[in-house]
Design a protein around this ligand. Structure first.
Ligand SMILES: Cc1cc2nc3c(=O)[nH]c(=O)nc-3n(C[C@H](O)[C@H](O)[C@H](O)COP(=O)(O)OP(=O)(O)OC[C@H]3O[C@@H](n4cnc5c(N)ncnc54)[C@H](O)[C@@H]3O)c2cc1C
Length: 385
């Protein structure tokens, strides 16, 4: 019996870990990813703002030593969901069960002028490269702008604006700078009115310009002006963008998508292809695109696969729950808990920013690295972020 897991991000790592814990070497799990290591989304902000080094936040897949799990670093070129078979640069792989956990791809080139005149902080390379750009920045007009919806981790642009404020204050550059935040959402975190209210107050206190329900359509490299979808123009000295998201090309070509993403049964994460599951950002399951949701969906898919292998009825169901930490600046972190149930308005709770929650966030990252990679993180004592 072989389970082939496509993608070793939040979802794929959690799924492989659960299957290994249940079956050990009795089940063959092939985990495929083109990268050499995993990086938490939030670590991108930490590197970009100089709070930690790039080498500290990359978790090499070489360290994966899970009984029954074989990690293969290669690029997936074709997926045949009917045959549960993939073609890769390392040859074909086939399984009784296939799990698609390939996330959302980012496409900076899709926004005119973004590559030439701006920067993006959503890819690992983009965020890591920004570390030097920011340390050379001498102040000026900064725009944090979103170019398409849906986008991963909806709080991340708000966090970036708040961390940018702290960064400029620490360098004595805030007085000669402006920060503007351009988002397609009407409020920063729609499912949590309390979190949105707290963020809007924080923006007002810090004189961060808030431009809701707007998308950035392009940048003009000659005049260094950002153009909004409604035609508004805003000049910038530094543009930090969230690029266009879509499924990886190999998923689009597989015939599994409807309206751009893979539809799944929202309770079981099964696709319309027998034996094929999809979890996380690659799906249209109805939750925001964030690691905590991918992880919880992967746990349900794993339970379902375990039940099927054991020959019992699958009972585990996805509940749409997610908990997200929010960087507020001043070394404080807030927490938002939300639950998305199909056909109902999302409900949630909010805990105000504190240093205690900053420690909780660090413990969250540590616990995942311990569970997935079997080692402690950070490897050296000190600030974890
Ligand atoms: C700045 C930023 C901050 C964030 N902060 C948070 C946060 O605080 N909390 C949170 O929960 N989420 C956060 N996120 C979002 C989070 O990173 C993603 O939502 C999460 O990683 C999605 O998990 P996934 O398993 O669905 O996909 P991913 O983790 O993206 O994994 C997909 C994997 O598939 C691989 N892959 C893709 N195509 C191929 C191919 N053709 N061949 C082989 N491999 C391939 C990729 O290399 C990747 O490793 C943040 C994101 C960003 C950008």
């Amino acid at each position: 019996m072989r389970v082939v897991v496509l993608g070793a991000g939040f979802g794929g790592l959690e799924l492989a870990t659960k299957l290994s814990a249940e079956f050990g070497t009795d089940l063959e799990v092939v985990l495929i990813d083109q990268s050499d290591g995993f990086v938490f989304g939030f670590s991108k902000l930490d590197v970009m703002f100089g709070r930690t080094a790039a080498g500290e936040v990359r978790h090499s897949y070489r360290d994966l030593a899970k009984p029954g799990v074989r990690f293969v670093q290669t690029t997936i070129r074709a997926i045949d969901p009917q045959a549960r078979r993939v073609e890769t640069d390392a040859g074909p792989f086939e399984g009784e069960v296939l799990v698609v956990a390939l996330g959302a791809d980012l496409d900076p080139g899709a926004t005119p002028g973004l590559v030439e005149a701006g920067h993006e902080f959503y890819t690992t390379e983009g965020a890591f490269a920004l570390r030097d750009v920011l340390s050379d920045f001498e102040g000026g007009r900064v725009i944090v702008g979103v170019t398409s919806a849906p986008f991963k981790c909806p709080p991340a642009p708000s966090e970036t604006a708040l961390l940018m404020h702290d960064f400029l204050v620490a360098r004595g550059l805030r007085d000669r700078s402006e920060i503007s935040l351009v988002m397609p959402l009407p409020v920063p975190i729609p499912p949590s009115p309390a979190a949105s209210e707290a963020l809007l107050s924080a923006f007002a206190e810090r004189h961060i310009g808030w431009y809701p329900s707007q998308l950035i359509r392009g940048l003009d490299p000659a005049s260094r002006v950002a153009r909004f979808a409604d035609g508004t123009e805003m000049p910038f000295d530094l543009f930090l963008g969230v690029p266009v998201h879509h499924v990886p090309a190999v998923v689009a070509e597989s015939g599994m998508t409807v309206d751009g993403w893979i539809p799944v049964n929202p309770l079981t994460l099964e696709t319309s292809f027998p034996g094929v599951f999809a979890v996380g950002d690659v799906t249209s399951v109805g939750t925001p695109k964030a690691g905590v949701f991918s992880e919880r969906q992967a746990a349900v898919a794993a339970d379902r696969i375990i039940s099927a292998i054991r020959g019992g009825p699958g009972t585990s169901e996805y509940d749409g729950y997610g908990m997200c930490y929010l960087e507020f600046g001043h070394d404080e972190v807030a927490r938002v808990e939300v639950r998305f149930v199909s056909g109902q308005a999302p409900t949630g709770s909010y805990d105000a920013p504190s240093q205690m929650l900053a420690a909780d966030k660090a413990a969250f990252g540590t616990s995942r690295i311990r569970s997935w990679f079997g080692r402690e993180w950070p490897s050296v004592p000190g600030p974890t972020r």
